[in-house]
Write a protein that binds this ligand. Structure first.
Ligand SMILES: Cc1cc2nc3c(=O)[nH]c(=O)nc-3n(C[C@H](O)[C@H](O)[C@H](O)COP(=O)(O)OP(=O)(O)OC[C@H]3O[C@@H](n4cnc5c(N)ncnc54)[C@H](O)[C@@H]3O)c2cc1C
Ligand code: SF4
Length: 333
C-alpha cells in the first residue's frame, strides 16, 4: 500500500470526456487521458484491503461482484502510485490478455465491490487499468512475443470474439498452432461489430491487438462459417482440438402486436451495419437520420443504439426501460 492515508486525503477523480455536443459529430472515442500525477493520486486511494473484494470475482444474487478475471487490483494500484508503470503492466497482463478492451468497456464490477465504496466513492480501478495498458502501448512495451517452442499440435478456434481470441492467445503462447475461423468479414466478434466505435475504436485498439496476435503466429480466417462454408468433419480431421467460441447470435424478440410493422429492427442489425459503414467509409443502409426513434431497452445495447442514432442525426429519440429510472447522480461516485 503506497500511501496509508490516501483514501482520506484524495477525492475520486475520473478522466474527463469530450463534451456531448462535440462527441456526437464523429465516431471517435470520447474519454480523454488523465495526467500521470492525477492517476498516481487515484492509485494512492487504494487501501490494499486485507480482503480485496475488488479482485475476487464472485456471483452474488446472479450478478457479478468483483473482477471476474481476478485482476491483481491492489497490486497494480500500488505500483501506479509508486510510478512503476512497467511492473504494473506485467501484473495486469498476468490475468488479462486484453486490458485495453476491458479498461474501456468492462462494466467494472470491481468498482461496485470496492471496500472504499462502502462510505466513499470507490477507487477508479477501470481508469487506472486503461491508463496502464495505454501507457504500455505508447511506450512500445507491447510487441509480438511468439513462443520459443512449438508443440506441433494444431487447434481450431471457431469464433473470434473476446472468448475466441483469449483462447487463441493462451494456446498460441503454450506453443500450439492456432487457427481462428470467423464468419464475419472482420475478426473481433462483438468487439468489432457489437460495441460501437466511440466506445471501442476498431482500427487503433481492436485491430492493433489482433495484429500482434497474428505476428505471434495466430492465423485468422474470416468470411468462413464453420458448418456451412467449412464442414466440421474437415476441421476434426485437420486439427488436434476444436474450441467453440461462437457467442450468442440469436436476438431476444418481442412478439407483441405490431412487431411485424416496417421500420422495426434488432439492435445488432442496426449496430453491425453502422460499424461496417464507418469502417468502409460508406453510408449505412439502416440510418436513423431524420427519423423519430424509439429504443426498447435501457441497457448497454440500448445505450449504444442511442449514441448511434444521435450520431446519425435522428429527429427525436425516446428510450423505454422496464426498470425504475436511476438517480441523476450515482450514489457512490
Ligand atoms: C451491442 C452490444 C454491446 C455490448 N457492450 C458491452 C460492453 O460495453 N461491455 C461489456 O463488457 N460487454 C458488452 N457486450 C457483451 C460482450 O460483447 C459479449 O459478452 C462478448 O462479446 C461475448 O464474447 P464471445 O467471444 O463469447 O462472443 P462474440 O463476441 O459474439 O463472438 C462470437 C463470434 O463467433 C462467430 N461465429 C459464430 N458462429 C460461427 C461459425 N459457425 N463459424 C465461424 N464463426 C462463427 C460470430 O460471428 C462472432 O464473431 C455487448 C454486447 C452487445 C451485443
Ligand atoms: S477493494 Fe478498493 S480499496 Fe480495497 S484493495 Fe480493492 S481497490 Fe483497493
Amino acid at each position: 500500500m503506497g500511501k496509508p492515508t490516501g483514501f482520506i486525503e484524495f477525492l475520486r477523480e475520473v478522466a474527463s470526456e469530450v463534451s456531448p455536443s462535440d462527441r456526437i459529430r464523429n465516431w471517435d472515442e470520447f474519454h480523454l487521458h488523465m495526467d500521470e500525477d492525477k492517476l498516481r493520486t487515484q492509485g494512492a486511494r487504494c487501501m490494499d484491503c486485507g480482503i480485496p473484494f475488488c479482485h475476487t470475482g464472485t456471483v452474488i444474487s446472479g450478478m457479478a461482484s468483483g473482477c471476474p478475471i481476478n485482476n491483481l487490483i491492489p497490486e497494480f494500484n500500488d505500483l501506479v502510485y509508486r510510478g512503476l508503470w512497467h511492473e504494473a503492466l506485467d501484473r495486469l497482463h498476468k490475468t488479462n490478455n486484453f486490458p485495453e478492451f476491458t479498461g474501456r468497456v468492462c462494466p467494472a464490477p470491481c468498482e461496485g465491490a470496492c471496500v472504499l465504496g462502502i462510505n466513499n466513492p470507490p477507487v477508479t480501478i477501470k481508469n487506472i487499468e486503461c491508463a496502464i495498458i495505454d501507457k504500455g502501448w505508447d511506450e512500445g512495451w507491447i510487441a509480438p512475443n511468439p513462443p520459443t517452442q512449438r508443440t506441433g499440435k494444431r487447434v481450431a478456434v471457431i469464433g473470434s470474439g473476446p472468448a475466441g481470441i483469449s483462447a487463441a492467445a493462451q494456446l498460441n503462447q503454450a506453443g500450439h498452432w492456432v487457427t481462428v475461423y470467423e464468419r464475419a468479414d472482420r475478426p473481433g466478434g462483438l468487439l468489432m461489430y457489437g460495441i460501437p466505435n466511440m466506445k471501442l475504436e476498431k482500427q487503433s485498439v481492436v485491430m492493433r491487438r489482433l495484429n500482434v496476435l497474428e505476428a505471434e503466429g495466430v492465423t485468422f480466417v474470416c468470411n468462413t462459417e464453420v458448418g456451412k462454408d467449412l464442414p466440421v468433419e474437415q476441421l476434426l480431421k485437420e486439427f488436434d482440438a476444436v474450441i467453440l467460441c461462437t457467442g450468442a447470435t440469436k436476438p431476444r424478440d418481442l412478439p407483441i402486436e405490431g412487431r411485424d410493422l416496417k421500420g422495426i429492427h434488432f439492435a445488432m442489425d442496426f449496430l453491425t451495419a453502422n460499424t461496417q459503414a464507418v469502417l468502409d467509409q460508406t453510408e449505412t443502409p439502416l440510418s436513423a437520420r431524420g427519423k423519430d426513434v424509439v429504443i426498447i431497452g435501457g441497457g448497454d445495447t440500448g445505450t449504444d443504439c442511442v449514441g448511434t442514432s444521435i450520431r446519425h442525426s435522428c429527429n427525436s429519440l425516446v428510450q423505454l426501460e422496464i426498470m425504475p429510472k436511476p438517480p441523476r447522480r450515482a450514489l457512490c461516485g
